[in-house]
Design a protein around this ligand. Structure first.
Ligand SMILES: [Fe+2]
Length: 199
């Protein structure tokens, strides 16, 4: 069974731009430090996505009614990174979350996203207190880096009438993360969430 969607694709016909993107990512993740890797991955994503050189097959455009769709595009065991496509119907967004200790670069393939970043202020008796650091609307060809421990954020489709699609590159296979649930007193409770891929 193919381990990634990539192996199921006839890349030249079904996903133009994928070969080029993966060659660039392979080279970027060979850099040493997370700061260097994420900066380079960000540059590569911005270049490929702003030229609209990556043409995702129709399956990646399908939205889901139960939340945003999360589909694997590529996982490199050898280089320890993964590329995941997320597809957002209008109004869909994540809870406040982190990336379980992995670095990540998130780029916009189509549409527009709202990204809100948070700083952890303190933790008292299991209650996490955050302050909003900034909120941006991100358009096609833009990307942002998230490096733990400063990776608390909320991501959502900024458009009311259109699907948005994002491409996420992680320093590993993101199988679990933490989500933070408001507990009503201005603080959040941390829950571990197991992640899986949609069809
Ligand atoms: Fe995220």
């Amino acid at each position: 069974m193919p381990s990634t969607m990539r192996e199921m694709l006839n890349e030249s016909n079904d996903c133009p731009g994928l070969q080029e993107l993966l060659a660039r990512l392979d080279s970027a993740v060979r850099l040493k430090r997370p700061e260097q890797i994420t900066r380079q991955v960000k540059d590569e994503l911005c270049d490929v996505l702003s030229r609209m050189a990556l043409r995702l097959p129709p399956g990646y455009w399908r939205t889901r009614t139960d939340g945003y769709a999360r589909r694997l595009l590529h996982h490199s065991v050898e280089l320890n990174y993964s590329a995941v496509v997320m597809t957002w119907a209008p109004g869909q967004r994540t809870p406040l979350h982190d990336h379980g200790g992995l670095w990540c670069v998130e780029g916009v393939v189509t549409g527009e996203m709202e990204v809100t970043q948070f700083d952890l202020i303190d933790l008292v008796n299991g209650g996490y207190r955050f302050a909003e650091r900034g909120r941006v609307r991100a358009g096609v060809g833009t990307a942002g880096c998230l490096i733990p421990p400063s990776d608390y954020h909320v991501l959502g489709n900024a458009l009311e009438d259109r699907t948005s699609i994002t491409l996420h590159v992680y320093g590993g296979d993101l199988t679990r993360c933490h989500v933070f649930v408001p507990r009503g007193d201005g603080r959040y409770e941390r829950h571990e969430r197991q992640l899986s891929y949609h069809e």
